[in-house]
Design a protein. Sequence first.
Length: 131
Amino acid sequence: VAMTWHKTPCEWRHSVRVNARGSILVRCGARPIYGRIHDLGSGGINMHADLPFGITGLTGRCVHLDLQLDAFSARRFALDGHVLRASVATKIIAIAFDTVPCDYEDFIQDLLLAAVEHQRPGSTGEHLFTM
């Protein structure tokens, strides 16, 4: 069942994100989608699916996410969101979070601060940091 939007989904491509290592499980319908985190921020996540199966028709759907982050003592988070974009060709899925718990926001802030501290002198301060 596709979600009926009461307002246009907020696009977060231009918000600050961090490259982080970790795995993700997306639950939407009968078949779970496993993958790796590509980048994430306080408003959403880009993931790379292990297999292209189940990606077709995801755009606009509500999903439940189980995140297992490898950095900073291997944190786990359970989040809900909706799919903004999904590409079978690249296996990239962009998901916006509906709400996030305070501990997730704190964790992302810690990741971003750590990434800024490790940023090379003279770099341009891009929207995407690497951890």
